[in-house]
Design a protein around this ligand. Structure first.
Ligand SMILES: Nc1ncnc2c1ncn2[C@@H]1O[C@H](COP(=O)(O)OP(=O)(O)O)[C@@H](O)[C@H]1O
Ligand SMILES: [Mg+2]
Length: 317
């Protein structure tokens, strides 16, 4: 709603990102097909898919670096590529290379200028970015002396300049070691605390699983699933190791979820954590002896693979 109480037109709502049937073809090849999604403000959104699935294509369309074949996109309530919105969006490209003869502070200064940051704010912005990405001690070192991981941190620093409302990161940890990856997650969490939305392109399931509020799973230019991480993962279950299961005990398990047996475990899918004590009490009352009870949850990796297999099967039909 606008301040005078009238409904805002869909293009002008406050979402960080909104796309409608966004499509990009390169000649005969379809890089992105009918992407429709909304990323609210302040959310960490994962755009997850294998290499070649259309993630970078989507980001370039959002930034106005490339034009869609079809559909529409809005960023911070403005049409994608709008010049005034550019200064409110931070961007870490997938492949970038800064001029090796510049120092880290000079690279940041250059990007302050490009982002339209007021000259008086440059020193604060530069030292803030250096400190956030852990490069304070390297402010005056030339970029050509930086390791790949340090260059990636500098890239993150560039994306943070000018206090953006949305930061778009394209594979931000691909060059980083485990410590660098953990640091990146910390930076992303800080951004969320400041109310900044983060759009994270990644082929790394673990990364998305650890920091994203919601995610879209993409493959071959199609969105296979989109939602909160817990929705994408589906409901959990429980597995038990037990002996002496009678028909009555089996019925008690099957009443609470879908019962299966794997490797000596009885697995009951779709059980609420709150229902586990009764389930165990019933099965014990039926005469079974229970040795172990463990929660089971499909990992994002299993879910991801099953989504992609289902998609491949759909195409083969
Ligand atoms: N400039 C381009 N010209 C032709 N094909 C392209 C171009 N950019 C990307 N593609 C193709 O579009 C598909 C999606 O690529 P991309 O968006 O880079 O995927 P991702 O970032 O998920 O790895 C790929 O098949 C890729 O080869
Ligand atoms: Mg890419």
């Amino acid at each position: 709603m606008t301040p005078d109480g009238t409904a805002a037109p869909p293009s002008a709502d406050g979402a960080a990102v909104r796309t409608l049937e966004l499509t990009k073809h390169y000649g005969a090849s379809v890089a992105l097909s009918g992407l429709t999604m909304v990323v609210p403000r302040g959310e960490v959104f994962g755009f997850l898919g294998p290499n070649g699935s259309g993630k970078t294509t989507a980001v370039k369309l959002l930034l106005g670096l490339s034009r869609p074949t079809g559909g529409e996109a809005w960023v911070l309530g403005r049409p994608a590529g709008d010049r005034q919105t550019r200064s409110r969006v931070g961007y870490l490209p997938e492949l970038f290379r800064y001029q090796g003869w510049l120092s880290a502070a000079e690279v940041l200064g250059l990007h302050c200028r490009l982002a339209g940051v007021a000259r008086s704010e440059w020193p604060g912005q530069i030292s803030g970015a250096l400190s956030t990405v852990g490069l304070t001690g390297h402010a005056d070192a030339k970029v050509e002396t930086f390791s790949k991981g340090m260059q990636q941190r500098l890239g993150l620093g560039v994306a943070l300049l000018g206090n953006p409302e949305l930061v778009i990161l394209d594979e931000p940890t691909s060059a980083l070691d485990p410590v660098g990856r953990a640091d990146t997650r910390t930076i992303i969490r800080h951004l969320r605390e400041r109310g900044c939305a983060v759009f994270l392109n990644s082929h790394l399931l673990g990364e998305v699983e650890q920091i994203c509020d919601r995610a879209a799973v993409v493959a071959d230019g199609h969105v296979l699933a989109i939602g909160r991480l817990d929705e994408l993962l589906g409901s959990g279950g429980v597995r038990l190791r037990l002996t002496g299961l009678t028909d009555v005990g089996r019925a008690a398990l099957a009443r609470r979820g879908t019962l299966a047996e794997h490797d000596g475990w009885f697995v009951v899918d779709g059980v609420d954590a709150g229902a586990v004590p009764e389930l165990v009490a019933d099965v014990v009352a039926s005469g079974a002896r229970v040795y172990a009870v463990e929660p089971v949850r499909q990992t994002l990796e299993e879910r991801f693979l099953s989504l992609i297999e289902a998609e491949q099967a759909r195409w083969q039909r």
